[in-house]
Structures are given as structure tokens and as C-alpha cells.
Design a protein. Structure first.
Length: 107
């Protein structure tokens, strides 16, 4: 069975988090400060990336009881190797601005 997964973030919008959100800044022009926004942070498109993504947060790829993640537990080195520096910088930006993170397996 093919496997994919993603980590989404949910948190308060502000101008300072724009670089961590998935859409261009212009798409958020009418979003008020403090409004709750949802964004994809890490998207794994194959089984290997899915397992690496889950392991980077200390969960199993199909660990259905542990959707909410502890962003401080993330293995940034693994995330950087799999998803790249820019994506990890966005994750850190959101983490530092009060976002919560959720793991969504998709098998």
C-alpha cells in the first residue's frame, strides 16, 4: 500500500508568519490579525518520506492516536534532509508564533 502523510499547522494569523504559510502573501491580504489559519507545513508524497516525517516527531507512520504533535520534539536535522531548509525555517517560524501541529497519515 502506498503511503503519504502531512503535517498541518493551525494558529493565529499575523504578518510575521507569512513566510511560514503555504500561499503567497497576497492571498492573505484580507485576513485579519489573530484569525485562525490552517496551512500545510510538511507534505510527504511517498512511503519513505512518510516514515521519516513521522519518525522526526517520534510517532509511527500510522499512529492514529497521536495526531497532535509536540513541535519542540521535532528532529530538525531529519526534517531538513527530507524537506529542505526553507520548509524547516517556515516550521520554526510557525512554532515560535503559537501554532499547533497535527500529523495526518494518508495510507
Amino acid at each position: 500500500m502506498e503511503s503519504a502523510a502531512q503535517i498541518i499547522a493551525i494558529g493565529p494569523f499575523s504578518q510575521k508568519v507569512l513566510d511560514g504559510l503555504e500561499y503567497p502573501a497576497s492571498d492573505y491580504a484580507k485576513v485579519r490579525e489573530g484569525a485562525t489559519v490552517v496551512t500545510n507545513v510538511f507534505v510527504a508524497l511517498n512511503p519513505e518520506e512518510s516514515f521519516d516525517l513521522a519518525a522526526a516527531f517520534g510517532v509511527g507512520a500510522m499512529d492514529l492516536g497521536r495526531h497532535e504533535l509536540d513541535p519542540r520534539s521535532a528532529n530538525l536535522q531529519v526534517l531538513d534532509e527530507v524537506f529542505g531548509d526553507e520548509t524547516v525555517r517556515g516550521f520554526i517560524l510557525l512554532r515560535e508564533n503559537g501554532f499547533r501541529f497535527y500529523f495526518l497519515p494518508n495510507a
